[in-house]
Write a protein that binds this ligand. Structure first.
Ligand code: NAI
Length: 331
């Protein structure tokens, strides 16, 4: 089976090669995103393996189908970048890795919250410069604070459990309630109540037509002054310009994001010698109370091993035609 990987980094090679010890698969690795600009170059492969910022729209899918590609294998959980209706129409199977290590993402979310609150990133630099002053490093206790979680699926649930361990009160909004979390003390409520009560809000729902720009001027207006907002889910959940206004007016006390709506041109690249033209991102980076990481929440050894293993399992299933109707990895 021949697989063309797009948007690859050296670590993708390492983990996928490790899972191909029997040489069952033949690999082509490309650094570029898959999109209309490159799809004509795809030749002689059965499968394209894509990641979060590849653009798999109707045109791309049509060309892939003409070139004999049978499977689009996402090596991530989210699939908002693939036109599923077009894939169905052209007979391409689409598979993903629904759960590879929810703890990896949940733990990174907590790491961002702790960093933003206790300013360990600033303290680290200060101490290295022999500046042992504490001015400007004041944080608050997480113990007893109310954390609002939007989306209590696999990652949201892992996040809730960690925050429960910190002694936080947990409020959540989801289309479906998780009975285990309720037994553990979490309370489901409306979005309005969550906005009004939470000191910290963390987004763990997928990006869909219903959740796009969920965080906007109207929802921010309902939130507590000084709220800490965390987003390790998808950039499009947040209307970034409204969030910038809320930071400027001090409505938001802090923002930690691992994802950004326009991230595809920027994240996963070393642009240290490049002029960045995205003024919105530059404005975000100028705030002292904004912490940005470049879509690294998934980036643990355990998660990358599981992603490679599950992606190749999916490919084998898809190519053999043995896919159970209720397999959550197949869309
Ligand atoms: P999941 O499918 O287990 O959970 C998503 C939850 O969101 C479900 O409980 C679902 O009912 C809920 N939901 C759906 N629509 C909603 C709405 N309109 N309002 C409130 N809740 C809604 O997904 P999982 O594995 O927990 O992943 C969540 C998201 O995290 C993914 O969609 C993906 O975008 C993102 N992610 C980010 C990563 C990173 O490295 N930063 C890595 C992996 C996933």
């Amino acid at each position: 089976m021949k697989i063309a990987f797009f948007s690859t980094q050296p670590y993708d090679r390492t983990f996928f090669e490790r899972e191909n010890a029997q040489n069952e698969f033949s690999y082509q690795f490309y650094e570029t995103h898959l999109g209309p600009h490159i799809v004509q170059a795809v030749e002689d492969v059965d499968v394209v393996c894509v990641f979060v910022n590849d653009k798999v729209n109707r045109h791309v899918i049509q060309v892939l189908a003409e070139k004999g590609v049978k499977v689009i294998a996402l090596r991530c959980a989210g699939f908002n970048n693939v036109d599923l209706a077009a894939a169905k129409e052209y007979g391409l199977r689409v598979c993903r890795v629904p759960a590879y290590s929810p703890e990896a993402v949940a733990e990174h979310t907590v790491a961002m919250l702790l960093t933003l609150n206790r300013k360990t990133h600033k303290a680290y630099n200060r101490v290295r410069e022999q500046n042992f002053s504490l001015n400007g490093l004041l944080g608050f206790n997480l113990f007893g604070r109310t954390v609002g979680v939007i989306g209590t699926g696999k990652i949201g649930k892992a996040f809730c459990r960690i925050m429960h361990g910190f002694g936080c009160q947990l409020l959540a909004y989801d289309l479906y309630e998780d009975s285990e979390l309720k037994r553990e003390g979490l309370r489901y409520c409306t979005l309005e109540e969550l906005y009004a009560q939470a000191d910290i809000i963390s987004l763990h729902c997928p990006l869909t037509a219903d959740t796009a720009h969920l965080i906007n001027a109207a929802s921010l207006a309902q939130m507590k002054d000084g709220l800490i907002l965390l987003n390790t889910s998808r950039g499009g959940l947040i209307d970034t310009l409204s969030v910038i206004e809320a930071l400027k007016s001090r409505k938001l006390g802090g923002l930690a994001i691992d994802v950004y709506e326009q991230e595809e041109k920027i994240f996963f690249k070393d642009l240290s010698n490049t002029v960045i033209e995205d003024d919105t991102l530059q404005r975000l980076m100028s705030f002292p109370n904004v912490l940005i990481t470049a879509h690294q929440a998934f980036f643990t050894d355990e998660a990358l091993s599981q992603i490679a293993k599950k992606t190749l399992d999916n490919v084998k299933k898809a190519c053999s035609g043995r896919v159970a109707a209720d397999d959550p990895a197949f869309l």
